[in-house]
Design a protein around this ligand. Structure first.
Ligand SMILES: *[C@@H]1O[C@H](CO)[C@@H](O)[C@H](O)[C@H]1NC(C)=O
Ligand SMILES: *[C@@H]1O[C@H](CO)[C@@H](O)[C@H](O)[C@H]1NC(C)=O
Ligand SMILES: *[C@@H]1O[C@H](CO)[C@@H](O)[C@H](O)[C@H]1NC(C)=O
Ligand SMILES: *[C@@H]1O[C@H](CO)[C@@H](O)[C@H](O)[C@H]1NC(C)=O
Ligand SMILES: *[C@@H]1O[C@H](CO)[C@@H](O)[C@H](O)[C@H]1NC(C)=O
Ligand SMILES: *[C@@H]1O[C@H](CO)[C@@H](O)[C@H](O)[C@H]1NC(C)=O
Ligand SMILES: *[C@@H]1O[C@H](CO)[C@@H](O)[C@H](O)[C@H]1NC(C)=O
Ligand SMILES: *[C@@H]1O[C@H](CO)[C@@H](O)[C@H](O)[C@H]1NC(C)=O
Ligand SMILES: *[C@@H]1O[C@H](CO)[C@@H](O)[C@H](O)[C@H]1NC(C)=O
Ligand SMILES: *[C@@H]1O[C@H](CO)[C@@H](O)[C@H](O)[C@H]1NC(C)=O
Ligand SMILES: *[C@@H]1O[C@H](CO)[C@@H](O)[C@H](O)[C@H]1NC(C)=O
Ligand SMILES: *[C@@H]1O[C@H](CO)[C@@H](O)[C@H](O)[C@H]1NC(C)=O
Length: 506
């Protein structure tokens, strides 16, 4: 019953507001989609514009939430809002093929809309959904994690949760209280079989939580369970152990395949000795093993919104942290730290840190900043914001992006099954091809009968998501062909009637 409610303030909804005017609408395609506003870009960064950023704009100021792909230039490459709210858009390999993966669904009203109830879609490079993956018992996948386990790439790690009764009196809550039980599962993607199933209730004591029950008022009803642990990422090591990031106990746990917690990093019961400063983190996200499991990267939010009225601020600035974790000496030290620029602030929720060749991409979560750094020098190379560069939107119910990921046109070729779309507006011709990653130019074709639109009028370079072509010299009917850099035709639009801009039936 709780599950049908729209995402509330924290995760956004579809509140049409004044701020929606910031969205861009194209002539040839009716999508209203957030711009990707580039703030800073080093001349050395992505010189051939091959990077593709995978984003899910979300939040109260986003009229039409959905998935989007942008280039470093800010150009929109693909947008699709068919499934509504999405989180965690990424490109991952399954069975030797690349798939766009994303969580879709609604926020659960339980735990203040901070968890999701939905499923994970896997799309091929034609943007067709070919599979969807869900948790099993409990049904419904939470939005926080969907990671395909390398190197076999046959199973996936995902989060789920369910509400159970629990005696919360040890932390000042009701004896007949309610608890949001965090679940992690490893699933065989092809068969749906559950290979690993582990819950916070069975393994993590209430006393480890930093969620102050008297402050947040959670736990008193089934509709408002106590969110003690709040798992937001899962990774797996070569030996088959897991690490999870738990926002509300502010710790990373290493879990053996038999379920035993092997160690805690951070939180109230850390098993590590910190060497030097900067190893502590607060309300963190996206913990991943790096460098042959000698380091852990994480996004250190520094702050949290626990329920809409309770913000806790522990650090002034959110950063990406790269920690050296010595599991023999049981020591941790800060090796690298990536600071936001040009603005600085803590992040109240969400966020990510991912590595691409010699760069590090940090997504600032509720602050919709996407920033790339040199791994070696920690220098900021690229900074962009999902939506306009407007600080008034960098808040709960503004614009957010759970995690920022990247791929490249050298790796991914998006080839939509639908043809390019054309609009004849005020005598001008506009063309776009939503999702096509490798179009270099468009050729305008014309003819005086629907069946013979073959005269090549002009070719123009693609100038953005949508390209304007002069209509000079057109006969009654037109079509537009999309060409690759080598001149080959990638696709061709329907035939349009110049008199009214409609698709002409043959
Ligand atoms: C698994 O996925 C990773 C990342 O995409 C890739 O590097 C690796 O080659 C894949 N392995 C297999 C067996 O497909
Ligand atoms: C969005 O994706 C879905 C699934 O692939 C597809 O059915 C739909 O046509 C797409 N919408 C647009 C506008 O491309
Ligand atoms: C996911 O798969 C299930 C079972 O095949 C189906 O009922 C459901 O509609 C699918 N969801 C989406 C969003 O495609
Ligand atoms: C996962 O564990 C929970 C708690 O022990 C249990 O209720 C649930 O049935 C398990 N799910 C599976 C698929 O084993
Ligand atoms: C609830 O927990 C408290 C503290 O742990 C304990 O003293 C009490 O006996 C428990 N009550 C019930 C009904 O289990
Ligand atoms: C929890 O919140 C209450 C009410 O604001 C406060 O009195 C108490 O000190 C807090 N406890 C902790 C451990 O922060
Ligand atoms: C669980 O696995 C760990 C690590 O492999 C081991 O040290 C521990 O003894 C095991 N516990 C049980 C109950 O089997
Ligand atoms: C850690 O920070 C404290 C206070 O800022 C400082 O006094 C101390 O020298 C620092 N220690 C190291 C090892 O950097
Ligand atoms: C990673 O570490 C393991 C165990 O310490 C070692 O056997 C392996 O050679 C290392 N691999 C690389 C690429 O360094
Ligand atoms: C930091 O974020 C908070 C909460 O959104 C906001 O009130 C504050 O103005 C921000 N500070 C700066 C320096 O932008
Ligand atoms: C794009 O064009 C195709 C036919 O060529 C049409 O079926 C589709 O509805 C158009 N899409 C949009 C979003 O206008
Ligand atoms: C198609 O139109 C071209 C000129 O646009 C003309 O040369 C050609 O003969 C026409 N072909 C047919 C089959 O009508």
């Amino acid at each position: 019953m709780l599950r049908f409610l729209q995402l509330v303030a924290i995760l956004g909804g579809s509140t049409l507001g004044v701020e929606a005017v910031f969205e861009t609408t194209y002539h040839s395609f009716p999508l209203a989609v957030q711009p990707f506003t580039v703030i800073e870009r080093s001349p050395h960064y992505d010189p051939h514009d091959t990077n593709l950023f995978l984003v899910c704009p979300n939040g109260g100021a986003v009229a039409e939430p959905g998935a989007a792909i942008y280039k470093s230039s800010g150009e929109l490459v693909w947008a699709n809002s068919t499934f509504g709210n999405c989180y965690d858009l990424n490109l991952q390999t399954f069975n030797g093929r690349d798939y766009l993966t994303m969580w879709v669904g609604a926020g659960s009203a339980a735990v203040g809309g901070q968890m999701g109830f939905g499923t994970v879609l896997m799309m091929n490079s034609n943007y067709e959904v070919v599979m969807n993956v869900s948790a099993v018992n409990p049904e419904g996948t939470d939005l926080h994690e969907f990671k395909i386990v390398e190197p076999e790439n046959k199973t996936a790690l995902l989060t789920a949760f369910h509400t159970i009764p629990m005696n919360l009196s040890s932390i000042g809550g009701p004896v007949n209280g309610w608890y949001s039980n965090g679940v992690i599962q490893e699933i065989n993607i092809a068969t749906g079989a559950v290979l690993f199933n582990w819950t916070t209730f069975d393994h993590i004591d209430l006393a480890e939580s930093y969620n102050n029950i008297s402050l947040t008022g959670q736990g008193s009803s089934e509709e408002n369970p106590f969110d003690a642990v709040h798992i937001n990422s899962i990774d797996k090591d070569r030996e088959g152990n897991y690490i999870i990031s738990a926002r509300h106990s502010q710790a990373i746990y290493k879990i053996a395949a038999n379920g035993t917690i092997l160690w805690r990093l951070g939180g109230k019961m850390s098993d590590f000795t910190a060497i030097g400063n900067g190893t502590e983190f607060h309300w963190q996200h996206h913990a991943r093993w790096r460098m042959n499991e000698s380091h852990i990267s994480l996004f250190d939010d520094g702050a949290a919104v626990l329920v809409s009225t309770v913000n806790i601020i522990d650090e002034p600035v959110a950063t990406g942290k790269y920690l050296k974790v010595d599991q023999e000496a049981m020591t941790v030290s800060l090796t690298k730290q990536f600071f936001p620029g040009p603005n600085r602030n803590y992040t109240l929720a969400e966020g990510s840190m991912e590595f691409y060749q010699d760069t590090v991409l940090v997504g600032y979560g509720l602050l919709p900043w996407t920033e790339a750094y040199s791994f070696d020098t920690e220098e900021l190379l690229f900074s962009a914001v999902v939506g306009p560069n407007n600080a008034a939107l960098w808040k709960i119910s503004g614009i957010s992006n759970y995690r920022a990921f990247q791929t490249s046109t050298l790796t991914f070729t998006g080839h939509p099954t639908r043809p390019p779309n054309v609009s004849v507006t005020n005598g001008d011709i506009y063309v776009s091809w939503n999702g096509a990653t490798h179009v270099a130019s468009y050729t305008l074709l014309t003819g005086s009968s629907v069946g013979n639109v073959s005269e090549r009028l002009t070719s123009v370079p693609k100038t953005g998501f949508e390209t304007k072509i002069p209509a000079k010299g057109t006969a009654e009917f037109i079509a537009v062909a999309a060409l690759a850099l080598n001149g080959s035709t990638l696709g061709r639009s329907a035939v349009y009637d110049m008199s009214d801009g409609t698709i002409a039936s043959s």
